[in-house]
Design a protein around this ligand. Structure first.
Ligand SMILES: *Cc1c(COP(=O)(O)O)cnc(C)c1O
Length: 255
């Protein structure tokens, strides 16, 4: 076996191990294992590793930065991979997302919604979107205030090419379980509030939980977890490269 195919097999084994832990978390709270989807987060993972992982069964990639996602999607255009952009997006990059992404999980402004809608129209495509909510109160994080989410969901109704699927959040960067769970509960409360205030809005999905906290997120109601390092190994760049202003506050270990 070549090194790359051995690596692909290791990635597939890691995905299986994460799925087992997801199923265990579901079982603890009486949920069906099919009620949670795993989105493998592939940021910083080079295209050739993804090709090997594809051979071992990978079909979805979550990427934080659109430029990196775009380059890899072009390098891997011959594969049947779907791409989710899970990080903050500048309005002037909406056109790239409209071109190749299947989902965008960090929608938090009408200006961006308008730019995406316009570009999707040109491309003749639609896009699954998640409204990002700031549940941690940390200034450095993107996302809407919880109290603004219902109004925002209502305002998205006329955008025909944006298919609202649910809500997304990043929990506080803390090793304290109670503080992390409080963020996940807040997202669920926002979902309830939107269902009451904007009955037409479809917000069934709760995208919350990453390598360090996905089991807690599932226990709190996550329907989609975004997991990178527990599948692909530690990243060379610190987290504040992806979430500017974070510093090195994150103390949680990848379990
Ligand atoms: C990187 C990233 C993740 C995954 O983090 P891991 O610690 O690698 O599991 C999840 N969500 C977002 C928005 C990310 O940028």
């Amino acid at each position: 076996m070549s090194d790359l195919s051995a690596d692909g097999a290791l990635i597939a084994a890691n995905i299986e191990a994460v799925k087992q832990r997801m199923a265990a978390a579901c079982a603890r709270v009486g949920r069906a294992p099919e009620s949670v989807t795993l989105l493998p987060v592939t940021k910083t993972v080079p295209a050739e590793r993804l090709r090997a992982a594809y051979a071992a069964g990978l079909r979805q990639c979550g990427e934080n930065k659109v430029q990196e996602a775009r380059e890899k999607s072009e390098a891997l255009a011959d594969l049947d991979l779907s791409w989710s952009i899970i990080g903050h997006l500048q309005t002037n990059k909406a056109k790239y997302v409209a071109r190749f992404a299947d989902a965008f999980q960090a929608l938090d402004s009408l200006k961006l919604a308008e730019a995406l809608e316009r570009r999707l129209e040109i491309e003749g495509r639609t896009l699954d979107v998640f409204i990002q909510v700031n549940t941690s109160g940390e200034e450095s994080k993107f996302g809407l205030e919880p109290s603004a989410a219902a109004g925002f969901a209502r305002a998205l109704a006329p955008f025909e090419r944006l298919k609202v699927r649910g809500l997304m959040t990043l929990a506080i960067f803390s090793a304290e379980e109670a503080a992390v769970r409080a963020c996940f509960r807040r997202l669920r409360a926002v979902q309830t509030a939107i269902r009451e205030a904007a009955p037409g809005a479809r917000v069934d999905e709760l995208s919350m939980g990453m390598s360090g906290d996905f089991a807690w997120a599932i226990e709190e109601g996550a329907t989609l977890v975004r997991v990178g390092q527990a599948i692909f190994g530690p990243r060379p760049l610190p987290d504040d490269h992806y979430w500017p202003g974070l510093g090195s506050k994150r103390e949680k270990e990848t379990p």
